[in-house]
Design a protein around this ligand. Structure first.
Ligand code: TXA
Ligand code: MG
Length: 335
């Protein structure tokens, strides 16, 4: 996990009231939609950088989905207070099959609608190498093949799956042109690949396949088209938001008990440290919140394997610390 972006990463997640530390911000490059621009975007992504790129739906904020730290930076740049799962973008159905487990229905929908504005939520392949932060620790993964020439070229050149939520600050409107991205994220990301306006202008339709095809989010591909393809109606599960504490809690809860804000461990406990608090395992010795976010799910899994009750050092509640604490509170919630 060593690349060129560590230097300023810590500085783009200050306490919100401190504002941006302008002198240390990367200058966000505007990349033209030609071979040079695409090559530059691919290089930045392969180096762990954040590059916004156009798809047919909206602009995505891309990062290498196999790079824990790059994915953590997405949440930092968006200022997201929670780690909700992200969509992985790939260039082909073959690449998608290497990441998700396709059943017959998934194959049918992929053949009919990819490339296109359809995202499929599938069981995650164990050894796909996807950073656990991408699926927010869930055993499933959201995948799509975008129908946009620039996005396709970029994905092929990068040669890796790209995690990309919409390229807007958390809670703001999704961007449908490059200027929208600059308005929201200038100085927080390495580059924007400018491909003009997005033809669909609405996020992809999300279909989950657990317990039969289910509409998880309506979007650019009408549900009716999917139902016509399947010859059956979709179950609807839009109300059940994926980040709802109730639903997510079970995925985060380790088998053993977990105690938060623990500066010291009690006998028998496994201590997870942060910053000045060393611990048996540590989220970040230097107190770097982006590193802590990148390591969070790895460390929780590792801690869980010891079978010991877990004590966690306090993590400051600003920047990515808010998302980390949100997850930890769920993990520690009584069950
Ligand atoms: O059109 C789009 O889908 C755009 C472009 C950039 O591709 N992307 C986008 O990503 O809208 P985002 O991060 O805003 O939406 C991700 C949503 C999550 O909020 C969640 O609803 C769903 O996808 N999702 C992701 N992973 C999931 C999973 N493992 N299980 C269930 N839902 C998941
Ligand atoms: Mg969004």
């Amino acid at each position: 996990m060593s690349h060129n972006y560590h230097g300023f990463v810590g500085l783009v997640t200050p306490k919100p009231q401190q504002g941006r530390s302008v002198t240390t911000m990367p200058k966000t490059e505007r990349l033209i939609a030609n071979a040079t621009g695409i090559a530059r975007a691919a290089t930045l992504l392969r180096g762990g950088g954040l590059v916004a790129f156009p798809t047919e739906t909206v602009y995505g904020l891309g990062a290498d989905a196999t790079d824990d730290r790059a994915v953590a930076r997405i949440f930092a740049a968006k200022g997201r207070p929670q780690f909700n799962p992200l969509i992985v973008h790939v260039a082909s159905v073959d690449q998608a099959r290497a990441i998700g487990v396709f059943n017959e229905t998934a194959e049918q929908l992929a053949q009919a609608f990819w490339p296109g504005a359809l995202t499929l939520v599938l069981p995650l392949r164990a050894n796909a190498g996807i950073a656990p932060l991408v699926s927010a620790g869930l055993p499933s993964i959201a995948i799509r093949v975008p129908d946009h020439a620039l996005a396709q070229d970029l994905l092929r050149q990068v040669g890796k799956p790209i995690a990309a939520p919409s390229a807007n600050p958390s809670g703001k409107i999704s961007p449908t042109n490059a200027q929208h991205v600059f308005t929201g994220l200038d100085g927080l990301i390495e580059a924007v690949l400018d491909g003009g306006p997005c033809p669909v202008g609405l996020e992809s339709t999300i279909v989950g396949l657990k317990d039969g095809p289910t509409l998880l989010r309506p979007g650019g591909l009408p549900a009716e088209a999917i139902e016509a393809c399947l010859g059956a109606s979709l179950a609807r599960d839009e109300g059940e938001t994926l980040t709802a504490p109730g639903q997510m809690a079970s995925h985060y809860a380790p088998d053993a008990s977990i105690r938060l804000n623990a500066n010291t461990a009690r006998p028998g406990e496994l201590h997870i440290g942060f910053g000045g608090t060393e611990g048996d395992l540590t989220l970040s010795t230097t107190g770097d919140l982006t590193e802590a976010a990148a390591r969070l799910f790895h460390i929780l899994h590792q801690a869980n394997r010891t079978g010991k009750p877990i004590a966690l050092a306090p993590v400051p509640d600003h920047g990515l610390g808010r998302a980390i604490n949100d997850r930890l509170r769920r993990a520690a919630a009584p069950r």
